[in-house]
Ligand binder design. Structure first.
Ligand code: NAD
Length: 295
């Protein structure tokens, strides 16, 4: 069994991005810029935005966080989005989800200009991705592809079972792994809460991607000997014995599943660190487009 080390892979990618930024700056270009819009006081969102801001610093991007109160109106948020869409110094921006319940996430997603859609959530971006065209890939699926590439995990002709059909993880990764080429050429099954005989279906997977958000759902009896298991789930559970008071669990019961795998991601330290670095990759890509850098 080989542990897939998302910290190592993300650090390598960050170094590569940072090098490219310094080359851009040395050639007289400005630094890429990412802006995050944070509406309300959701604790997890504040942590995520903090991580994104720190990652920008690490790779040499300019960044800004726009903090808006929980009672922000749709008009106020739209005005900020419109301003960012029009601001030539901003390469990409994200509106951190979830939003307070009086705001429509879908209308926010659709208001972001596709040219700055570094989260890869706009329907135009999704359409391009599904058509196999150049697109900003959503960060978590992109991170999974990077892990597969880094470890040279074989995908052609493999049966990939994805558990979870969200627009940000399950659906896009299922689609991407079905594409022609590497990493792809998989035969993909997308499972969800209505799937019958889930255990048998998962057990037929050469590659299993768990993204359902139920802690330790995938157990050893669901895994084929030698499978690759990618665990996207993150569930915070109380752990009074820890200083932080909590620990993170994945969707896979790691200790019992790991001995049966050829490759497996841990939680934390697997897919999680890849998500942020792929957001940085998208921002660099956006900056290169906006600055007309083609090489
Ligand atoms: P979601 O919460 O929007 O949806 C969950 C999906 O799981 C649904 O499609 C549902 O059909 C499916 N599901 C629920 N119960 C099921 C069951 N019993 N059997 C089979 N399928 C079932 O999904 P999401 O937003 O993709 O999040 C999934 C998990 O991934 C969460 O724990 C989330 O925190 C985590 N996540 C991690 C990262 C990361 O960077 N590592 C990024 C995004 C999401």
């Amino acid at each position: 069994m080989k542990l897939i080390d998302g910290k190592e892979v993300s650090a390598a990618l960050k170094r590569k991005i940072a090098e490219e930024v310094e080359q851009m700056v040395a050639a007289g270009y400005r630094r890429p810029k990412l802006v995050a819009v944070l509406v309300g006081n959701d604790g997890a969102s504040q942590v995520y935005v903090g991580h994104k801001e720190r990652a920008c610093g690490e790779v040499g991007f300019d960044s800004e966080v726009i903090r808006m109160s929980a009672d922000t109106t749709e008009e106020e948020l739209n005005a900020v989005i419109d301003r960012l869409n029009a601001d030539d110094s901003v390469d990409g921006f994200i509106v951190q989800l979830p939003l307070p319940s009086h705001l429509s996430e879908q209308s926010v997603i659709e208001r972001v200009s596709p040219s700055k859609d570094v989260d890869g959530f706009h329907p135009e971006t999704t359409g391009r991705m599904i058509s196999g065209l150049d697109a900003y890939l959503p960060a978590t699926p992109a991170g999974i592809l990077e892990l597969i590439k880094y470890y040279g995990i074989e995908t052609a002709g493999k049966h990939c079972v994805v558990i979870g059909r969200s627009n940000i993880v399950g659906r896009p990764i299922a689609n991407l792994l079905s594409m022609k080429g590497y990493p792809g050429d998989c035969t993909v099954t997308l499972c969800h809460s209505r799937t019958k005989n889930l255990k048998e279906v998962v057990k037929s997977g050469d590659i299993v991607i768990a993204a359902l958000g139920i802690a330790e759902f995938v157990t050893a009896d669901m895994i084929k000997e030698g499978a690759t298991v990618i665990d996207v789930g993150i569930t915070r559970v109380e752990a009074p014995e820890r200083k932080s008071g909590f620990r993170l669990l994945g969707d896979v019961k790691f200790d019992e599943v790991a001995p049966h795998c050829s490759y497996i991601t841990p939680v934390p330290g697997g897919v999680g660190p890849m998500t942020i670095v792929c957001l940085m990759q998208n921002t660099l890509k956006a900056a290169r487009k906006h600055l007309g850098i083609t090489k």
